[in-house]
Design a protein. Structure first.
Length: 273
């Protein structure tokens, strides 16, 4: 398996235990950079042994690449968009890895102040602050939106002691078709399982995976009716869940979701959340 780690060990949390040995069947998740991703997205990435960041796809202004919806502490139905102003050097053809943060100092300041405004009264604010600080560092290191968004996701996963590997699609040769490319990327990292989100299942052509002996899991998170953090998992940033239940409980919940989805692939009796 080729290695091109962006982050393979927790850097923000001193209490992370030594990682368990990775299973022999490697699960891969492939996703565009998202700024402080939604919990449903974070759960899929957390369940993967390898995540591939699609850093060379077209930038989309109405996607989550450069924006996140913050849920108010205690009332996640009350939301506000946090967006990074974007400058596209190549216009609409700009890929996310080349999109620049417009007015970086202003964007940096707004990101920090808005998240503090929403979550500073949480008992878990120190964990949220670590994620924010790691993200802000990317503003100083690079002026690129993709790098800032990726830093926010990496910081969340680090806070939750994720022990997988991260790779960039721009470092891996792959085909041009959407499903063909995903199949190529999954095969290149030695995956035996591809974790596919709800949206991806609507267009995925499974033959590009079956031909490589890669199983496809339609990744599932608990229904909204189960309550706790899942009622808003597809709408708001995972920062809300981190601020609401804290890193230890959130790690437990994501681990349960990961085990449930692996059980679906291995045809074991489904476990409960």
């Amino acid at each position: 398996m080729p290695h091109s780690n962006v982050s393979s060990s927790p850097a923000t949390t001193a209490s992370c235990p030594s990682p368990d040995p990775r299973p022999s069947s490697a699960a891969v998740a492939i996703h565009q950079p998202n700024l402080f991703p939604r919990l449903s997205t974070l759960a899929k990435l957390y369940a993967a042994d390898v995540r591939i960041v699609l850093d060379d796809v077209q930038f989309t202004r109405r996607d989550y690449q450069h924006r996140a919806r913050l849920g108010q502490l205690g009332d996640p139905a009350c939301t506000q968009w946090l967006s990074l102003a974007a400058h596209l050097p190549a216009g609409r053809a700009t890929v996310i890895g080349e999109a620049l943060v417009a007015e970086p100092e202003r964007s940096r300041r707004r990101l920090a102040l808005l998240i503090e405004q929403y979550y500073r009264h949480s008992r878990y604010w120190p964990a949220v602050a670590r994620v924010v600080d790691a993200t802000l560092t990317a503003f100083d290191a690079t002026g690129r939106i993709g790098a800032v968004a990726e830093a926010s996701t990496t910081a969340l996963l680090d806070e939750l002691c994720w022990s997988g590997q991260t790779m960039l699609s721009s470092d891996l040769p792959s085909g041009n078709g959407r499903s063909e490319r995903l199949g190529d990327l999954a095969g290149l990292v030695g995956a035996t399982t591809y974790l596919c989100g709800t949206g991806g299942m609507s267009y995925l052509e499974p033959e590009y995976f079956t031909s490589r002996n890669i199983g496809v899991i339609p990744f599932r998170t608990p229904a909204e009716s189960t309550g706790e953090i899942w009622a808003s998992a597809r709408r708001i940033s995972a920062l809300w869940a981190l601020a609401t239940v804290g890193p230890q409980r959130l790690t437990q919940l994501l681990s349960a979701v990961a085990a449930f989805n692996r059980g679906l692939f291995d045809l074991r009796p489904p476990t409960t959340y």
